[in-house]
Design a protein around this ligand. Structure first.
Ligand code: ZN
Length: 230
C-alpha cells in the first residue's frame, strides 16, 4: 500500500520514495506521484532515479501501484529513489481529462465509455449521430474553458454514492471502490461525478480544444474525439 500523492496534489512532479517491492521489471514504492492506468486515463511515464518508467499500472491491492521499468536492471528493495514524472505528458493528460468532463456536460447523453491518451481523448455516447455537431460542440467547449471555473475534489463514503446514483455517469467505468470511500470531481455548474483521475485546477488551464473526429463505433457508441489545439 503506497501513499498516492497525485490524489491530493496532481501538480506534484516528483517525490522521494523508498522501494518496497521489485518483481522483474516492476517496482513498488512507499509513496508515488505516478498515476496508474485506470478510469480511462493512461498510466504515467517518467523516471525512478536513473531508471526509465515506461508505464504505470494498478497492483493487486487497492492503493498498490506498479512502476513498469524499461527491461534490464532495477533498483534494490529498501533503496531510496527520486520518482519523477514526464510532466509535459502528464499535464496534457490532465488537460484532456478535464476536457472530457466538459464534453460530458456539453453532450447531454449517457456516456458509454472513454479514454484519455497523451495526444487525444474520447468519450462514447449513447446518442443519435445527428445530435453531434462538431462546430457546436467546439463552441460550447471553448465557452466552458473561457469561463475559468475551478475544479474541486471531495471524498464521500460508498453509502452516499449508493444513495446518489446520478454521480456515476460513465456506464462502463465503475468508480474506484473497495476503500469504503469514493472520490468525486466537481466543476461547479458544469459537472459533478465520481472520478479517480488527475485534473487541472481551473478549466482555463485546458486551453484550446478541437473536435478531431465524430464517428459511430456501434449502435450505442458514438465517439467524439478531442485534441489539444497546438
Ligand atoms: Zn475525471
Amino acid at each position: 500500500m503506497a501513499a498516492l500523492l497525485f490524489r491530493d496534489d496532481p501538480y506534484l512532479r516528483a517525490c522521494e520514495a523508498t522501494v518496497v517491492a521489485v518483481q522483474g521489471d516492476t517496482v513498488e514504492l512507499d509513496r508515488t506521484v505516478f498515476y496508474p492506468l485506470g478510469g480511462g486515463q493512461a498510466g504515467d511515464t517518467g523516471r525512478l532515479g536513473p531508471w526509465r518508467v515506461l508505464d504505470t499500472r494498478k497492483g493487486a491491492t487497492p492503493d498498490s501501484v506498479l512502476h513498469i521499468l524499461e527491461p534490464g536492471a532495477a533498483p534494490a528493495v529498501g533503496s531510496a529513489v527520486e520518482a519523477q514524472l514526464d510532466w509535459e505528458r502528464r499535464h496534457r493528460l490532465m488537460r484532456l481529462h478535464t476536457a472530457l468532463h466538459l464534453l460530458g456536460a456539453v453532450v447531454k447523453a449517457p456516456v458509454t465509455g472513454g479514454r484519455i491518451g497523451e495526444d487525444k481523448a474520447h468519450l462514447d455516447f449513447d446518442v443519435e449521430m445527428q445530435r453531434l455537431v462538431k462546430e457546436a460542440i467546439e463552441g460550447e467547449l471553448s465557452q466552458l474553458v473561457a469561463k475559468g471555473v475551478d475544479t474541486r475534489v471531495r471524498w464521500i463514503i460508498d453509502a452516499e454514492l449508493d444513495a446518489r446514483p446520478e454521480l456515476v455517469k460513465t456506464m462502463s467505468v465503475a468508480p474506484p471502490r473497495g476503500e469504503g470511500r469514493v472520490r468525486l470531481l466537481e466543476i461547479p455548474g458544469i459537472d459533478h461525478q465520481a472520478c479517480g483521475g488527475t485534473h487541472v485546477a481551473n478549466t482555463a488551464e485546458i486551453g484550446g480544444l478541437r473536435v478531431v473526429r465524430i464517428r459511430s463505433e456501434g449502435k450505442r457508441n458514438k465517439r467524439v474525439t478531442l485534441e489539444l489545439a497546438p
